[in-house]
Design a protein around this ligand. Structure first.
Ligand SMILES: [Zn+2]
Ligand SMILES: [Zn+2]
Length: 333
């Protein structure tokens, strides 16, 4: 008999963990630049000061080895993601050979993890042969490219192509829809962000995985292409966005950047309701007079218990705004 046979769910979990590790590392590169890039570009000695665009190029050139590690993580995530789908049909399809020694010869026991499994280059073919869906041509081409690139990175440590962060987002977008259909990205992002080294500990702090997601989206969204935006937010960029007061509150926003008004995550779904792309819940809103906050003028206020009367765009309650002496600072919750 064979022991330690993996399940499809187990492999899927590993694949998603790697996927979101790659995502988190990539978002970190973009976010750090958004926070310090302009300052760093201008703060050089007089003759070394560069404009922000040149600064970004310099930064990305120096980040290539980090980007290569992300590339390798993505390849590993793809490989295990494909294995999860094949394993769902039968784990034995993953075995490349069976001529190995038993782990316990006396009792005739083999350990599944001792068997060599299919090469990465075989997985697409086997997947398409046994699974009910076929991987898209686009995915297959990208998968091959990434597999070859990853081989160069891990066997020689030399990869001469320049890796662009936005191109990696395209790859991660494609991977998610091909390998994990039927899942909700935002929910997974929160879940896997919470599964780090400190999972299982609780801190008396305002920072949680939702705070991290807001900070990430705040910096990422302006960089995304139109199609990347649509994939992530589920709507076109020009569609009107509102605050999700519930998520903003849960993320502990309000004392510093980003404020909930910096990252509106809800969209109108009916005349007086919005749905948030992070928590995927619907919330009521009510029409009110134009918001008095400078440049806001939004006519909608939250009608949700606990947030009633708060503007759906800037987050201020009109009377609090008047009392605050028309401070321009965004509101706390
Ligand atoms: Zn929400
Ligand atoms: Zn307002």
């Amino acid at each position: 008999m064979i022991k330690n046979i993996p399940t499809a769910d187990e492999l899927l979990l590993v694949s998603l963990r790697l996927y979101f590790k790659a995502w988190g590392d990539l978002a970190g590169i973009i976010t750090e630049w958004a926070e310090y890039g302009q300052w760093a570009s201008e703060a050089q000695e007089e003759d070394e000061a560069v404009d922000v665009q040149a600064g970004w190029q310099k930064y990305i050139a120096a980040a290539q080895s980090d980007l290569q590690s992300i590339f390798a993580l993505i390849q590993q995530s793809q490989e295990i993601g494909l294995k999860a789908r094949i394993c769902d049909i039968s784990p034995y399809l993953l075995l490349k050979r069976t001529d190995i020694k038993p782990s316990d010869g006396e009792n005739g026991v083999w350990d599944f993890t001792d068997f060599p499994t299919l090469d990465a280059s075989e997985l697409v073919r086997v997947h398409n042969m046994f699974c009910s869906t076929t991987l898209s041509k686009d995915f297959q081409t990208k998968y091959e490219e990434i597999r070859r690139g990853r081989n160069k990175i891990s066997h020689l440590g030399i990869y001469r192509q320049n890796i662009e962060p936005l191109a990696i987002i395209d790859i991660l977008q494609l991977n998610y829809s091909e390998l994990y259909p039927g899942r909700r990205w935002m929910e997974d992002r929160l879940h896997f962000a919470a599964l780090g080294k400190w999972a299982g500990f609780s801190f008396d702090s305002d920072f949680n995985e939702r705070t991290g997601l807001y900070t990430e989206l705040w910096h990422l969204i302006p960089q995304l292409t139109e199609s990347q935006f649509k994939w992530l937010m589920g709507h076109d960029r020009h569609e009107e966005r509102f605050i999700c007061h519930e998520c903003g509150h849960d993320a502990g926003l309000g004392d510093t950047d980003p404020y909930a008004s910096d990252v509106p995550t809800a969209y109108a779904v009916a005349d007086d309701r919005v749905r948030c792309v992070i928590c995927d819940k619907e919330y009521p809103m009510q029409r009110a007079g134009p918001c008095p906050v400078k440049d806001c003028k939004c006519e909608w206020q939250s009608a949700l218990e606990g947030f009633k009367g708060l503007c759906m765009k800037c987050g201020w309650a009109p009377e609090e705004w008047q009392e605050s002496g028309d401070r321009k600072m965004p509101p706390g919750f």
